[in-house]
Design a protein around this ligand. Structure first.
Ligand code: OSB
Ligand code: MG
Length: 369
C-alpha cells in the first residue's frame, strides 16, 4: 500500500490548567497532527511537541521541518503495508523521534482501519481497560497542591504523580503522604538533580513511593545506576530511554527498576512494543507515560497500554483533565475503578472533529506522493 497524501498541522489548544515542571511551563498544546491517506482510508497521528526543546531536543518547528523535508517524502516513497517497517524507512534520519512517531502512528491507524481491527489488537493488546492516574504539576503553594490532588481523587483517580524540583520535593511529598497515607504516589524531577543530590533524594524513601522518575540528566543511564544503589525507592527512567537498545543498557546496568514508555519519545509504536517485550522478559514492569496529548495521541496511548506488561497505572488521564474541548468527538471518560476503556472499533478509535481541528490549526502543510 502506498500513501497518496499527508497533511501536517500545527495546532494550538489551551489546557484546562497550566502545566509546570522543574524545567518549563505550558499553557496549552502545540502538537503536530498528522493525517495520512491511502486507498480511500485515513489514519491519524500526533507528535506531542511544544514551543521549545525543554523535554527533549525537538520543537514544533524542528519536527514539522523534519516531517516536511525528510520523513514525509520518505514515507510517500515507501510500501507501508506493514506498520512495523516504518522505522526502517526512517532509519537514515538520526533522532527526531517525535517527528517520526507522529507519522508512524498515522500508518498504524491507517493499516488497522484497512484491516478492520483495533490498534490494540494489532499491537498485541490483551486488556479491555487500562489503569490510569494523574500527573500533577508544580503549584504555587502546598495548599493549592492539596486542593488539586483532592479534586483529582474526587474525580476517581487512584494514583497520583507530582512534579518535583529542588525546594519543591520533600515538603509537598510529605504533605500529600500525611493527608493520604495509602495513596499510590510517585514523583518526577524531569532531570533536575545530579548524583551529588543522592542524600537529599534519600529523604523521599520514607514516603513509600511507587517510584522516582528520571531524577538525573535526560541522557544519563550511568549515574542513574549509581543512584539506584543508594535509594530504596525504585528509579523509573523516562527521558533516558529512547530506543530498545537504551532499555537493554539500562536493565543490564541496573539503572532502573521500572520503565516509563512514551511512544512519541521512542520514535514510534514498533520500538515501544520491543521495549515492552524486553522489560517483560527481564521481569521489569512498564507503565505508559504522557505528553499531555490531544484525543488522537491519547487513543494511541490507550491502545499501547493494553499490552500485558503495562502493570502500573499510566499518565493517561481522561480528555477533560487536559482540554475543555478536544479535537475528537468521542473523548475518554474515567471509569469508576480509575481505568479507561480500550476502544475495540477499527484503528485507534479517535473520531476526529475536523471542523474544530480546522479552528485550532495554526499552520498546515500538504504533501503528495
Ligand atoms: O515527564 O512525564 C513527563 C508532560 C509533558 C512532558 C513530560 C512529562 C509530562 C507529564 C504529563 O508528566 C503526563 C500526562 O500526559 O498527563
Ligand atoms: Mg517524566
Amino acid at each position: 500500500m502506498k500513501i497518496e497524501r499527508i497533511e501536517l498541522r500545527r495546532i494550538h489548544m489551551p489546557y484546562v490548567r497550566p502545566f509546570e515542571t522543574s524545567g518549563w511551563r505550558h499553557e496549552g498544546s502545540d502538537a503536530l497532527i498528522v493525517r495520512a491517506e491511502a486507498d480511500g482510508a485515513t489514519g491519524w497521528g500526533e507528535s506531542p511537541v511544544s514551543d521549545g526543546p525543554w523535554y527533549n531536543e525537538e520543537t514544533y518547528h524542528t519536527a514539522l521541518l523534519m516531517q516536511k523535508e525528510f520523513l514525509g517524502p520518505m514515507l510517500l516513497e515507501a510500501d507501508i503495508s506493514d506498520p512495523r517497517a516504518v522505522r526502517h524507512t526512517f532509519k537514515r534520519v538520526r533522532a527526531n523521534r517525535m517527528a517520526k512517531a507522529g507519522l508512524e502512528f498515522a500508518v498504524w491507524d491507517l493499516c488497522a482501519r484497512a484491516q478492520n481491527v483495533s490498534l490494540s489488537k494489532l499491537l498485541g493488546g490483551t486488556r479491555k481497560e487500562v489503569s490510569v492516574g494523574v500527573s500533577v504539576p508544580i503549584k504555587a503553594s502546598i495548599e493549592e497542591l492539596l486542593e488539586t490532588v483532592e479534586g483529582y481523587l474526587a474525580d476517581g483517580y487512584k494514583r497520583v504523580k507530582i512534579k518535583i524540583k529542588p525546594g519543591w520535593d520533600i515538603t509537598p511529598t510529605q504533605a500529600i503522604r500525611a493527608r493520604w497515607p495509602t495513596l499510590l504516589l510517585q514523583v518526577d524531577g524531569n532531570s533536575i538533580y545530579r548524583l551529588q543530590d543522592a542524600a537529599h533524594l534519600q529523604q523521599l524513601d520514607q514516603f513509600d513511593l511507587l517510584l522516582n522518575e528520571q531524577p538525573l540528566e535526560h541522557d544519563d543511564i550511568f549515574d542513574h545506576a549509581k543512584l539506584a544503589k543508594l535509594l530504596e525507592t525504585p528509579i523509573c527512567l523516562d527521558e533516558s530511554i529512547v530506543s530498545p537498545d537504551h532499555a537493554r543498557w539500562a536493565l543490564e546496568l541496573k539503572a532502573c527498576g521500572v520503565i516509563n514508555i512514551k511512544p512519541s519519545r521512542i520514535g514510534g509504536l514498533a520500538d515501544s512494543v520491543d521495549i515492552h517485550d524486553i522489560c517483560q522478559a527481564a521481569g521489569i514492569p512498564v507503565w505508559h507515560g504522557g505528553m499531555l496529548e490531544t484525543g488522537i495521541g491519547r487513543a494511541i496511548s490507550v491502545a499501547l497500554a493494553s499490552l500485558p506488561n503495562f502493570t502500573l497505572p499510566g499518565d493517561i488521564s481522561a480528555n477533560n483533565r487536559y482540554f475543555h474541548r478536544d479535537i475528537v468527538t468521542n473523548p475518554f471518560t474515567l471509569n469508576k475503578n480509575s481505568t479507561l476503556s480500550v476502544p475495540d472499533g477499527p484503528g485507534h478509535g479517535a473520531q476526529v472533529d475536523e471542523a474544530f481541528l480546522e479552528e485550532v490549526t495554526v499552520e498546515k502543510v500538504e504533501l503528495r506522493g
